[in-house]
Design a binder for this molecule. Structure first.
Ligand SMILES: [Zn+2]
Length: 915
């Protein structure tokens, strides 16, 4: 059929050539595919790198956020991470996906060309079979072969076309796709970096700031560690002496102990510690070594103790006999004793000549030493010295640093508190932040807020956890504060800060530090008084207490006679001048509670005002100044502070000028009780001046004849019993009292001829005439009760206030365990109940039958107002109790209060139901 044509068919002849061409194309494709794979791999790694960058950004942001995100660094990192994610998405969409597709195309083309290989082999086989048939072969056989060849040829031709198509496509893709991929990659990278650059360009200042702050921090750290190591290097330590240099002087001496008192002072420490024999060597470098053994000194071995730096010695002084001398080192002294006079001369001459010849060097060393003490900062307590920032000069009014304070609870632990004495300016800043401390609390009761702008001493519990830090703060307004050294404390460097709202026992870590704190607090108080004086004149018209000035004798200071006094002692009921007010403060609040007449007027209650009016300078001086001392002991407006203090201590502490000098038996208990019942403040002051006790229970029988006060001739009988007083307070009545003994009464009577004496006698007569009577009724009602009970039960508000101001305990018990609060509740004295509660009376004090003031109203009518008062009070104490952990007075815990409140409210509910 078509066998001959078929055999000469063009494509057939071309097959090897075609195959060779296709092989070349195939190889080219394979060659191109290798970099393609590489490209795709590197794009993948780029994408994962970007992802890593993004996650690094996120991690960095987290780190910064957990520390402190300053100026939105976290935002920058979030943005960068977003850019990275966008880049990754873009790359996989426009680069990786087409590349993968291309890879598939290439694979298909390779498969296609393999298939064509097979087809063409089959075609060649068919061709060979066709040609192998001889001419003699049957026509059929040849026809079949020709047919087979034709079929193969057709298939191969088709396959060739397909393969060429596939290869073309793959090759085209291979040329275009990498170009596109790289182009897209470049564009994506560019836009990514552009976005990053724009973002970062905005924050370049921030980055610079961060870098410089990091630099600063590391510089600071380096400086601190350098300073610390320098300090460490400068610390004194035991060291061995350089034996190459000859000592200035050496020999045996008796060494006493180091003593913290000042040079002249005799301390018991010297007597407690015996002398010890030591071999002393004074080095030319100014170091004084001491050894137990002389061999140690010769061998230059390290002495067991820090050698004494002579440059810190301020003086060598002689003490106690010819052999002893002392080296004064700032606040310490070292006592030494030579064995004979020649030795002592040798040593003191050597020491003195060293001191004399090294003046400048010593000055520098002592300055450096002081500086080191100050810079030591938060040191270890036992090492003492210089803790806290004592850098302020001693006439400043602000100081801060750590002090130790004793807890007021039973355990009395000493803990470290952060203390700040701040002046007006600082306080204004401090007041800006909310603080419970600025509403001072007394025994859990909220008091009216102090006028702000006054100097304060605030004490923060340094160890309190942050949420409680504000609550654990005590603030003492310096205007009402007294500070004094606590000499009765067994620990050194203790001082007490006392205010009407409470007190704090504080311990500094060195003598000079304690002195500084006390000085600053006193300066603050003085500044306060001074500025108050200035302000007082500015708001004269506002002065709310002109009525107090009208009271007899109040035109002049009760103590020195200075005109127009502006202060008052509220528990004594007198008006005093500024100078005397300062001394009154130093007497302590148990003797005198000082308050301004012109400032803190809001602190005056109506009862206190009434009390001031009921007393006054004239009446009180009739009791406390009935027998004036000789002229040289009395004070006037110009007296020096020391004279003032001596006089006021005699007048109020020893009560040396009362009508009865010395220690006669005090007035019997019924006198005070009767005065309390009659609400007679003047009689109470008089009885107290004569030594009546607020704790003595009232007698059960009536005393119709009041023996108070005895007429002057009676005093003669008393003087025989008070001989020992003649030395101390007795100078009040002059030398005649001591010398003439029994005639002292006459002497006193002679003095009584003076104007004041006459006044005192008049007062005595008047007092005797007006003295309150302890009647049968009162005796029956109040037997066994203290005057406080009587005043509370009778609702004698002035008497109650006066006694509360002059006593410490507000909860004395009568014979059946009832407190003044309880009797006031029983008698429905709402005003007295309020006064007692404000002073911290215990609302839950049970009597012998277990009844509390609240429960005692069971079954009684007409007590609704009282119940309201007490419930309100309980809520206030409950609130205050939550923040009372740092108050100077022990307060029940909040849980305790809540518990008791629940109990009492149950009782109250019972009452209401019953009624
Ligand atoms: Zn005065």
């Amino acid at each position: 059929m078509l066998s001959e044509e078929a055999a000469g068919h063009a494509p057939l002849g071309d097959t090897p050539r075609v195959r060779a061409g296709m092989l070349a194309q195939h190889n080219a494709m394979a060659a191109a595919a290798a970099p393609l794979a590489e490209l795709s791999a590197s794009i993948s790694s780029l994408a994962s790198g970007t992802a890593a960058l993004a996650s690094a950004g996120v991690a960095g942001r987290e780190a910064l956020l957990t520390a402190e995100d300053s100026a939105g660094v976290g935002e920058v990192y979030a943005q960068l991470a977003e850019f990275g994610e966008a880049l990754q998405a873009q790359l996989s969409a426009v680069v990786l996906a087409p590349l993968t597709e291309l890879q598939q195309t290439c694979l298909a083309a390779v498969r296609r060309s393999k298939a064509f290989d097979e087809e063409s082999e089959a075609l060649e086989a068919a061709h060979r079979a066709y040609l192998s048939h001889s001419r003699e072969a049957s026509l059929e056989t040849r026809a079949v072969a020709a047919q087979e060849l034709d079929d193969r040829l057709a298939t191969a031709s088709l396959s060739l076309l397909d393969t060429r198509e596939a290869l073309r496509e793959a090759c085209g893709g291979l040329r275009a796709a990498p170009q596109r991929a790289v182009g897209e990659l470049l564009v994506a990278q560019l836009s990514y970096h552009q976005s990053c650059a724009r973002l970062l360009a905005d924050r370049i200042e921030l980055a610079k700031a961060l870098l410089s702050s990091a630099d600063q921090t590391s510089q600071c750290l380096a400086a601190e560690s350098a300073a610390a190591s320098a300090l460490r290097g400068a610390m004194p330590r035991p060291m061995s002496r350089d034996t190459a240099t000859a000592p200035l002087v050496e020999g045996w001496l008796q060494k006493g102990s180091f003593n913290l008192s000042t040079p002249g002072e005799r301390s018991s420490l010297h007597r407690l510690r015996p002398w010890s024999r030591r071999y002393f060597v004074l080095d030319p470098s100014g170091k004084l070594y001491f050894y137990k053994e002389r061999e140690a000194a010769d061998g230059g071995r390290a002495s067991m103790q820090v050698p004494l730096d002579l440059r810190l010695v301020s003086a060598v002084t002689a003490v106690n006999g010819p052999l002893e001398f002392e080296l004064c080192l700032g606040s310490r002294t070292l006592r030494l004793k030579a064995f004979d006079l020649a030795d002592r001369l040798k040593w003191t001459e050597a020491l003195s000549s060293y001191l004399a010849s090294h003046g400048e060097e010593r000055e520098a060393a002592q300055r450096a030493y002081r500086h080191r003490l100050l810079a030591r900062g938060t040191g270890v307590r036992d090492f003492g010295g210089g803790e806290g920032d004592a850098g302020e000069s001693s006439n400043g009014t602000s100081l801060c640093g750590y002090l130790f304070r004793q807890d007021s609870d039973l355990r009395g632990r000493w803990r470290r508190w952060w203390c700040e004495a701040s002046d007006e300016h600082d306080f204004a800043a401090a007041a800006a932040r909310p603080s419970l401390g600025h509403a001072p609390q007394q025994r859990g009761v909220l008091l009216p807020q102090q006028g702000s702008g006054a100097p304060v001493l605030s004490i923060d519990d340094a160890a309190a956890p942050l949420p409680f830090r504000e609550a654990a703060r005590t603030v003492f307004p310096l205007a009402t504060v007294t500070v004094r050294e606590a000499r009765s404390q067994p620990l050194p460097f203790c001082f007490e800060v006392i205010s009407p709202a409470g007190s704090a026992l504080l311990q500094a870590s060195a003598q000079h530090e304690m002195a500084e704190w006390m000085q600053v607090i006193q300066n603050g108080t003085a500044a306060c008084l001074g500025s108050l004086g200035v302000r007082a004149s500015a708001r004269e018209e506002e002065a709310a207490l002109p009525v107090v000035r009208e009271v007899a004798g109040n035109g002049a200071c009760a103590d020195c006679g200075a005109p127009a006094p502006t202060w008052a002692s509220i528990n004594l009921g007198v008006t005093i001048c500024l100078a005397c007010a300062g001394v009154h403060r130093r007497l302590g609040t148990h003797l005198s509670k000082v308050r301004s007449l012109e400032l803190d007027t809001r602190q005056w209650s109506a009862t206190q005002l009434a009390l001031m009016v009921a007393l006054g300078n004239q009446r009180v001086n009739r009791c406390y100044y009935a027998r004036p001392p000789p002229c040289d002991e009395a004070i006037d407006a110009t007296s020096a502070p020391a004279a003032r203090e001596a006089f006021l201590r005699a007048k109020y502490e020893r009560r040396a000028f009362t009508a009865r000098r010395g220690q006669p038996p005090p007035p019997p208990p019924h006198v005070l009780a009767a005065a309390a019942a009659a609400d007679d403040a003047a009689a109470i002051i008089e009885a107290m001046a004569l030594g009546a006790s607020l704790d003595s229970p009232a007698p059960a029988d009536a005393s119709p004849a009041p023996p108070l006060p005895p007429p002057p001739p009676d005093a003669g009988a008393a003087t025989t019993g008070d001989r020992e007083d003649g030395a101390e307070g007795g100078s009040g009545s002059g030398a005649d009292g001591g010398v003439e003994g029994g005639t002292a009464a006459d002497g006193a009577a002679a003095e009584g001829a003076a104007a004041e004496g006459a006044a005192a006698e008049g007062a005595a007569a008047e007092g005797a005439a007006a003295a309150p009577v302890w009647s049968e009724t009162l005796a029956r009602e109040h037997a066994g009760r203290t005057p406080l009970h009587v005043a509370a039960a009778e609702g004698a508000m002035r008497a109650l206030e006066l006694m509360l101001l002059n006593t410490i305990g507000v909860d004395p018990e009568d014979g059946v365990g009832k407190t003044p609060l309880r009797v006031a509740v029983d008698r429905n004295r709402a005003e007295a109940v309020s006064a007692l509660l404000t002073r911290g009376a215990n609302i839950s004090h049970a009597d012998v039958s277990g009844m509390t003031p609240m429960g005692s109203r069971l079954g009684q009518h007409g007590h609704e107002e009282l119940a309201q008062t007490m419930l309100e009070y309980k809520r206030v104490t409950l609130l205050a109790g939550q923040s009372a952990c740092a108050l100077s007075h022990p307060v029940q815990t909040a849980a305790d209060l809540a518990n008791r409140l629940a109990q009492d409210e149950k009782l109250l509910a019972q009452v209401i139901v019953d009624e």
